[in-house]
Design a binder for this molecule. Structure first.
Ligand SMILES: N[C@@H](CCC(=O)N[C@@H](CS)C(=O)NCC(=O)O)C(=O)O
Length: 198
């Protein structure tokens, strides 16, 4: 059975949300980061970064929340969490799937640390650009690809939920509020929040 290694109140939330959306049977393996469990040698074989979340599925093992989303959506197409590789929407799907770790996360860290980086050097441009681009993409909705919910909504929705709703690091915008509300209305999101609370 798929094993999801997680810790309460952490970035494990997106992987919990993913697994709850997937409908797949899975086992949650508590890896409490407050105890240092994420640095145990056996765990480092699953995620050499010593961070949560991580996933093990048969002989496959991986860390990184967005990679876990990509893996489950592709390995189990019956979950209908990704456009097929031949679908023209696949390109945008991949772009948004990795926009959270590639752009939202560094933008949040930049806001938090106030580090100045030239926009042409910073892989995420600037925090303003990241959130302007995201706002434009979410204006139409209901989901980042339009009518169909996908794993990209899990990475984007978790990033915005974290930055805008929970930690209020990013000033809210009407399109973000509406999108977060749609995410929160999903039963899988609600179950994941309950689990993630510990
Ligand atoms: N890039 C990773 C980040 C994971 C991460 O930062 N996890 C934190 C919890 S929010 C962690 O495990 N921290 C414990 C540690 O570093 O010891 C991902 O997206 O999965």
């Amino acid at each position: 059975m798929i094993k999801l290694y997680w810790s309460p109140r952490s970035r494990s939330f997106s992987a919990l949300w993913l697994m709850e959306e997937s409908g797949l049977p899975y086992e949650r393996v508590l890896t409490d980061i407050s105890t240092g469990a994420q640095k145990a040698p056996d765990y480092l074989k699953i995620n050499p970064m010593g961070k949560v979340p991580a996933l093990a599925d048969g002989d496959a093992a991986l860390g990184e929340a967005a990679a876990i989303c990509a893996y489950i959506a592709d390995r189990y197409p019956e979950t209908k969490l990704a456009p097929a590789v031949t679908d023209p929407r696949r390109g945008r799907y991949l772009q948004w799937l990795f926009f959270s770790p590639g752009c939202i996360e560094p933008a949040i860290i930049q806001i938090f640390t106030k580090i100045e980086v030239p926009t042409s050097t910073a892989a995420w441009g600037s925090a303003t650009q990241v959130f302007d681009v995201l706002e434009a993409a979410l204006e139409k909705g209901p989901w980042i690809l339009g009518e169909e919910f996908s794993a990209a909504d899990i990475t984007i929705g978790s990033g915005l939920n974290f930055a805008v709703r929970l930690f209020k690091m990013v000033p809210t915008r009407p399109a973000f509020d509406a999108y977060i509300a749609r995410c929160m209305a999903r039963p899988a999101f609600q179950r994941a929040e309950t689990i993630a609370a510990g």
